[in-house]
Design a protein around this ligand. Structure first.
Ligand code: ME8
Length: 520
């Protein structure tokens, strides 16, 4: 049994997003994936916690505020709110939203710093090097490119030569321990290709890490030496711990949820999460997360998403155009989680029409209309099933079990494809059984066929719920499933025979791409 199989509680985190930019589809994507996992465990009765938030310190923010004539606090308050609003708009069911400018974070950050310092893993030295401000990173001389008489790096960020007194974290000390840890925890980094990337990165050698700055003041002050503020990555990575409250003595939240089950991040920040974070935690003598998942990168209609190209995809506008659940479904179904993906609106419409409007919505609508026409909209008792019905239900159960295995590994597309197998089988079943014809000869049998399909739709909807909670709730309403039965514990409990169902309604309308107004 791998460590990911521990089920009594579940803690998942999104990266904390920088507040120097407006939220876009990439941020929404990571948060949605985490939301689906948190809901997946919640509906299974597992106490699950989802953390998100904003990363608010650093030179870039300080400068950006100065250039607008604002205080950094005012700027971060304003932009952080956009991320909170985005989570709400995307129906991301976060339990906590942490901001690195909050006292609760700064306090724990300083205590952790002291722990690392007391262990002898932080020392004072001098740093000199090229610094790419907008990337918040020191860069090697070999990475510099000359442009218009200035030096820049591949991302386009300008660099400057910085010399400063700095505290260093003895990252080099942790190289062997990290490698041993990866070896004994092959599930620590997902997907597998990323695991290999992390191992080679660490095998390549780790230098001590500069973890403080004196060139700006917008940061967490270093305890005992307030001319320094902490390096943004140390400050930021600590959020996953600090959000749970005190470490020593541990708060109730810390005891319950630490370590996290998954830190979900984009591939851009995998190394800091799978390399630096575990080293900091080892030094602080804290347990390591069960896993880090690095997902891929979205482009838009084949192009890199960038403000300069004017193709930044605003998730809220996309939601208004296509519908929230349509967007949630598309993002998690279209691309295997871990791979890069291209956001193509035509594909979103196609997926919506084929998977949601046809396979799922139309099956539901058709069956409910037939039941209201021939069975007065009353759910039949599932008695007197034929061998073929039983075999069909069994196959549905098997596919749904396969989807669970995929979900444990954040294999969203695979899980959905297993679930959709059930819907395809159900569509074949209704076509083969022809209940609209059977009811005319044998009403009881005809209505029973409809009952079997509705039962499959009920089960399927419980599995789809974490992905599209609002739409599935609507479907579960139409199927007569009480609120108390919208959980996996009730999976084997069909809707009672005799339940009067509400009038059918279309849940997933078809989308016609040419009719959708482009508001982005
Ligand atoms: O890196 N495709 O914050 P950030 C997919 N503050 N995901 C994308 C994306 C895209 N095109 N663009 C952004 C930071 N993301 C730090 C993190 S954590 C302790 C500190 C997502 O605002 C993806 O999850 O630059 C990526 O890792 C994250 O946004 C980067 O957000």
């Amino acid at each position: 049994m791998s460590s990911h199989d521990r089920k009594e509680r579940f803690y998942i985190t999104t990266p904390i997003y920088y507040v120097n930019d407006l939220p876009h589809i990439g941020h929404a994507y990571t948060s949605l994936a985490c939301d689906v996992m948190a809901r997946y465990y919640r509906i299974r009765g597992i106490d699950s916690r989802l953390l998100t938030g904003t990363d608010e310190h650093g030179l870039k923010i300080q400068r950006s505020a100065e250039s607008r004539g604002e205080t950094p606090q005012a700027l971060t308050d304003r932009i952080s709110d956009n991320f909170r609003l985005l989570a709400g708009e995307m129906n991301v069911s976060y339990d906590d939203f942490i901001r690195t400018t909050e006292e609760r974070h700064k306090e724990e950050c300083q205590k952790l710093w002291c722990r690392l310092y007391d262990r002898g893993d932080i020392y004072k030295g001098k740093y000199a090097g090229w610094y790419a401000t907008s990337d918040e990173a020191y860069v090697e001389e070999s990475e510099l490119i000359e442009k218009d008489g200035k030096y820049v790096v591949a991302s386009g960020a300008e660099v400057e030569w910085v010399e400063e007194e700095s505290y260093f974290f003895r990252l080099s000390r942790f190289q062997d321990r990290l490698l041993d840890y990866y070896k004994s925890h092959p599930d620590f980094v997902y997907p597998k290709s990323r695991y290999n990337e992390v191992v080679s990165f660490v095998e390549g050698g780790l230098e001590d890490l500069s973890v403080s700055r004196t060139t700006f003041s917008w940061g967490v002050p270093v305890p005992g030496d307030e001319s320094h503020v902490m390096y943004v990555w140390l400050d930021a990575l600590v959020n996953y711990v600090s959000a749970l409250g005190r470490v020593d003595p541990p708060s109730a939240l810390h005891e319950k949820y630490w370590p996290a089950d998954w830190h979900v991040v984009g591939k851009d920040i995998l190394r800091v999460h799978a390399g630096y974070l575990p080293a900091f935690l080892m030094s602080a003598d804290l347990p390591l997360p069960r896993g880090v998942f690095a997902h891929g990168w979205w482009t838009s209609e084949g192009q890199k998403i960038s403000k300069r190209l004017g193709n930044v995809l605003d998730p809220v506008k996309l939601k208004r155009m296509y519908g929230l659940d349509q967007l949630r479904y598309f993002l998690l179904r279209e691309v295997p989680f871990g791979r890069d993906g291209d956001f193509v609106r035509r594909r979103l419409c196609e997926r919506n029409n084929a998977d949601l409007a046809n396979d799922y919505g139309n099956l539901c609508q058709r069956t409910l209309v037939l039941l209201s026409r021939y069975g007065e909209g009353i759910m039949p008792r599932l008695e007197g099933l034929l061998a073929g019905d039983e075999a069909f239900l069994l196959k549905v159960g098997e596919a749904l079990k396969c989807s669970e295995v995929a979900m444990e590994r954040l294999g969203f597309d695979e899980a959905l494809s297993e679930i959709w197998k059930c819907l395809r089988m159900a569509n074949i079943y209704i076509d083969n059984e022809e209940p609209w014809r059977v009811v005319k000869e044998d009403r009881v049998r005809g209505v029973l066929i409809l009952g079997v399909i509705l039962e499959v739709l009920r089960r399927v909807s419980l599995y789809v719920w974490p992905f599209m909670p609002d739409s599935c709730d609507k479907i579960l309403d139409l199927l007569g499933v009480g609120l108390e039965d919208r959980r996996m514990e009730s999976l084997e409990k069909p809707v009672a025979g005799g339940t009067q169902l509400p009038p059918p309604e279309i849940v997933f309308p078809r989308l016609r791409e040419e009719e959708i107004e482009d508001g982005t």
